[in-house]
Design a protein around this ligand. Sequence first.
Ligand SMILES: Nc1nc2c(ncn2[C@@H]2O[C@H](COP(=O)(O)OP(=O)(O)O)[C@@H](O)[C@H]2O)c(=O)[nH]1
Ligand SMILES: Nc1ncnc2c1ncn2[C@@H]1O[C@H](COP(=O)(O)OP(=O)(O)O)[C@@H](O)[C@H]1O
Length: 191
Amino acid sequence: MDNTKLIIFSAPSGAGKTTIVRHLLANNPELAFSVSATTRERRSYEVDGKDYYFLSKEEFEEKIKNNEFAEYEQVYQGTYYGTLKSEIERLRKEGKNLIFDVDVEGGLKIKKLYQQDALAIFVKVSSVEVLKERLNNRNTETEAKRAERIAKAVKELMYEKLFDVVIENDNLEEALTKAQKLYNDFKNNTL
Ligand SMILES: Nc1nc2c(ncn2[C@@H]2O[C@H](COP(=O)(O)OP(=O)(O)O)[C@@H](O)[C@H]2O)c(=O)[nH]1
Ligand SMILES: Nc1ncnc2c1ncn2[C@@H]1O[C@H](COP(=O)(O)OP(=O)(O)O)[C@@H](O)[C@H]1O
């Protein structure tokens, strides 16, 4: 089946897209997570093959050479992230709707590739201060890496208008309800 839906979540780091994506996955069994490949270090709570395919730089560059990515980027200096064509094809063949957690540029590229089969959602918060606070609380990065994420986030805020829909994630409950409703409407062609 190649007419399944693709639902893309992009956001500045810390806005809450991973939290929203996990919630939708837990509540919608026909949804599957598009596992990206990356060269960044695994966080203690992450599982290889479930959260990301963790690859060496050499392995990743080999796949670039072989044209295996639908899209990829060096999101942070020296760190690759990308969506493998094989991942999308495998899950669509299984009849799954796919959900993506990718950065803003990656999200727009996937939207361009899949057009009306894809819904591109931008998650935002009311201020950069909120992002900083959440990244501090999540405590998964060093000070320098956090600063890099914040600098990128400030630039990404300008991309909001290029997305199909925006979800404000100041209140998590409201954001989760809106995300579920959007997914239902998109899935049922009633958006
Ligand atoms: N373009 C692209 N970006 C990705 C992909 N996978 C993850 N990302 C993005 O890379 C950025 C960094 O992700 P991560 O290291 O998990 O950090 P976090 O956003 O701070 O949780 C986030 O914006 C992700 O959405 C991908 O396959 N392609
Ligand atoms: N509405 C919210 N209010 C407060 N904290 C939140 C909210 N949404 C997410 N968080 C927390 O903020 C941090 C960043 O969220 P995460 O989903 O990892 O963001 P992203 O994937 O966009 O980087 C996490 O610790 C998460 O638990």
